[in-house]
Design a protein around this ligand. Structure first.
Ligand SMILES: [Zn+2]
Ligand SMILES: [Zn+2]
Length: 149
């Protein structure tokens, strides 16, 4: 599933500004990796992004794509999704949002919900650590999986 062009451009422009602010070089490679991630609603893993960018970046390796994604993630320019037992997936949507996750095929989709975003949890979660943000994961069966069964 593709993200609308104007939203991709918004993400890319925000990204360019953030890269500059972070004092990072805006290389062609970083830009292409980000653009690929920003264009997809699928929250792809490094493999998926590599498969898509390797046509445009013939010299790029999977390892480079992975390291680029880790760098961008460390700087908070993209987010990582931890799904247990699966490879790490990445998210270029840095707006406040939540996820619908299909428990059958692993599909991830973004949705926004002001009420959920305003949800307050206790500042210290019973000794686990300090809360930075609250992101809701809604689990379900996606329409494709429902139609197949
Ligand atoms: Zn599904
Ligand atoms: Zn997301």
């Amino acid at each position: 599933m593709k993200i609308e062009a104007h939203e991709v451009e918004r993400r890319v422009e925000t990204f360019k500004a953030a890269v500059q602010e972070a004092g990072l070089k805006l290389t062609h490679q970083r830009l292409e990796v980000f653009r690929e991630l920003a264009s997809s609603a699928d929250h792809p893993d490094a493999h998926g992004i590599y498969d898509s960018v390797k046509h445009r970046l013939p010299t790029v390796s999977l390892d480079t794509v992975y390291r680029t994604l880790r760098t961008l993630s460390d700087l908070g320019l993209i987010n990582m999704l931890g799904t247990a037992g699966e490879s790490i997936r990445f998210d270029a949507n840095t707006r406040k949002h939540h996820h619908f996750v299909c428990v059958n095929c692993g599909l991830v989709r973004d949705f926004e919900n002001e009420e959920l975003s305003a949800l307050q949890v206790q500042e210290d979660l019973v000794g686990f650590g300090r809360v930075l943000e609250t992101q809701i994961e809604v689990r379900g069966i996606c329409n494709d999986c429902r139609n197949k069964s």
